[in-house]
Structures are given as structure tokens and as C-alpha cells.
Design a protein around this ligand. Sequence first.
Ligand SMILES: [Mg+2]
Length: 360
Amino acid sequence: MQGLNPNRKIIHIDMDAFYASVEQMDNPLLRGKPVAVGGSENRGVVAAASYEARKFGVRSAISGALAKKYCPELIFVQPRFDRYKEISNKIRKIFYEYTDLVEPLSLDEAYLDVTKNKKGNPSASLLAQEIRLRILNETGLTASAGISINKFVAKIASDYNKPNGQKTVSPDEVIPFLEELPIRKFYGVGKVTTEKMYQLGIFTGVDLKSKTLDFLEKHFGKSGNFYFDVVRGIHNSEVKSDRITKSVAAEHTFDINLSSEIFMMEKLESIAISLEKRLKKYDVAGKTVTLKIKFSDFTQQTRSKTVPYFISDKGLILEIVKELLFQERMKDSVRLLGISLSNLNTEEKKFLVVQLKFAF
Ligand SMILES: [Mg+2]
């Protein structure tokens, strides 16, 4: 078993009330006011709340109606994901100037491994300060940070001095920090698990630590092992570099080169079926359809079309593919055809799922 590794330097950066802060920055009339992004007073759920709204108990994932009840002055605005993405990209560019080991958790949160960093700066705390200042200067928005030896502790620490603050838990502070930590603050311990922990007499890290691995596994299954380790400062999960799925594709190389568009369309239908399967597997949809064509002389061409809504259904994809196929005459016979879908809804998905759950 590996023990606590004191040698890594991990920063967790979290933008403060991100969606709401963007709306307040872009619209001066919303500044200093309680703002909810998403939902309305009649339906839907709140995706994010400004700090002014949080004072009234307005939080993400509560219904718009309840939010309005808590805070009658609440202003609802609709989310603008393109804008959030634009800012998110700016922030990620800043991260990459410090390290390539960036693992985004969402548009507004990421882990950075700065053990070795591009600035050659040994102080992760100073780096976090610098990064937060650059985010502020370049986007006008504030971020908070947690700094420690692993992702687990860094994530918990970033919440401590929010908004616009940071907290470092140095290697020698990790154990006392975790021992004193209320169990509900352990990352990965949700409402249900918290209740269960309470029933077992576990209220803080110290209580958790007093339980054997057997005991924890008996009551929490596989997670038991996780709880046993993290409370001892052991969490060796690496910062998994970005590069989340940007596109999903399927293609096929033919035994005999094709020269008739009718045959090509037939092949494309079966390619679309495999593409649709993959999209289902990743549970994503996209806006941009690209047709890839490799000719018998090995040159390649791509033709793309973007629609204003997310699609994942093979019928809709094929309609666009057909259009792309007949857009221009083939200059040669074809040895490979492929379809890919990009401009994926990987980021919006979380929000949409919440919406669907509550919208009815
Ligand atoms: Mg945030």
C-alpha cells in the first residue's frame, strides 16, 4: 500500500458563482442584485445564483418557484453557454501557461498539477495567487483556490475562503486538517452518506479514522476503501490532462473503391448507425457534422455543416451527410468515408440533466 505522498503540488481553481458573475459583469443593471441564472418563477430550476441571492437561500438545483419565494426581488436570467464557454477557454489558456496537467471538472473548475510547472516556481501558493490575479485581470471575474498535496484536499480547501480567496493545506497540515473536518465536508460524501455516517457515529475525520477498513467496506462497499485512504491523506489520483472528447467519429475503408454516390450513401447509412451507437455510449450530442472523404489517390477532403441545435439521431445526421455528399462532385473514386460529430454538448449536459429532472 502506498502512503501519503507529500511531494505533489495540486491546485484546485474554482470560479466564484461563475454563471451569475458573468451575467453581472456583462449587464451593469444586475450588479449588486440577487440574480438567478436558469429557471423562472413559474418553472425550471436555478443553475447558479449570485452571492446577493445566496444570502436568501437561493442555490443551484432548487426550483425557480421556491427561489422566488425565498427572494421576491430575485431577477431570473437565461443562461448563455456560448459566453461561459468563451470565458472558460480564456481561463484554460491561462492554466496552460503554468502546466499542461489541467483537469477541468466543469466550465468553471479545474485541477492543476504544478509539482513541475512552466514557471519553475516551487511555491504552489504563490502560483495560485498569480493565476487568480491573471484571471481577474483578463476576464474581470474572481476565482478561489485550494492548494495541497492531492486533489481531494485541494478541492475541499478551495471552498474555505470563498469568494476571491485561497487556502493552502501544507503537507504537515494535511492530517490535522482532515481529522478536524466535518464529515459532510468530505468531497464525495453526499447527503445520504452523511446521514449514514452519522448513524454509525462518524461526525468528523477523527471518527472516520477510528474505523477499520473492514468496517468501512462492510457499510460502504467499494467507497469504504476510498474513505479509509483519504482520511489518512492518501489520494493518489492523478490530474488527468484535459482533452475531453471533442468529437465522436465513425469511418469505414472499403475493399473496393466506390464511384457511385448511391453506393456511398448506402455505406454512410451503416457508418451513421455506428456513430449513433457511440454517441449513445458517451451520452452526447453535437452541432457540427463532418463528412470525411479519402480518394483513391489518397488525398482527403472534409465537408462540414453546423446546425443551431444538438443532434445525435442517425436520421438527422444522415440528412446533413446527404447534403454534404451531393454538395460537390467527387473528383475521384473513394476508398474511405467517415462521419464525425463535434461541437458537443459535454459542458451543457450537466445543466440539461438538472433541467429535465425538474422541468415537469
Ligand atoms: Mg464555481
